[in-house]
Design a protein around this ligand. Structure first.
Ligand code: FES
Length: 153
């Protein structure tokens, strides 16, 4: 009997805890929707290019003024980007920027990639909150660094 009571009490605690977690998750998702565009959330939640490339032909890495780092890796053949991937220890916006940027340049010529600005990137994400615009700068600067190193090599 005593054991049953303990089990019931534990189950009730777990149910309350699960409910709290669900509520918290909903609140976080509502806040995200108020802060970020649908595209930013999509890119952030499914960053398909957040992965390594073995033996990349070009790689750039920059630590931004916020203290976060981004790395972009490229496979290049005959002036065309055959594969692009990234890594970052930064915020959700930096993940969205890295993913969007590497998706945009995949299959494109180097000159095209070199000319993508942070403003273009922000536009392609349907905007970023002002305080996260520097995350797009970090992404495009990192790409430019990778391309510069490729040309120097
Ligand atoms: Fe540092 Fe976004 S990259 S805050």
């Amino acid at each position: 009997m005593e054991k049953n009571r303990k089990e019931i009490a534990l189950k009730m605690e777990k149910d309350v805890f699960d409910e709290l977690i669900d509520e918290l998750q909903k609140k976080i998702e509502e806040d995200e929707k108020l802060t970020y565009s649908k595209k930013v959330i999509e890119e952030y939640k499914n960053p398909v290019n957040f992965r390594p490339i073995e033996k990349p032909d070009a790689m750039g890495e920059i630590k931004g003024p916020c203290g976060d780092t981004m790395r972009i890796m490229l496979s290049i053949k005959e002036n065309v980007i055959k594969d692009a991937a990234f890594w970052t220890d930064g915020c959700g916006a930096s993940i969205a920027c890295g993913n969007r940027l590497t998706s945009i340049i995949n299959g494109k010529k180097l000159d095209y990639a070199k000319n993508i600005s942070n403003v273009d990137l922000v536009k392609s994400l349907d905007g970023l909150p002002k305080e996260h615009e520097h995350c797009a700068v970090l992404a495009t600067d990192t790409l430019r660094k990778a391309l510069e190193k490729y040309h120097k090599a």
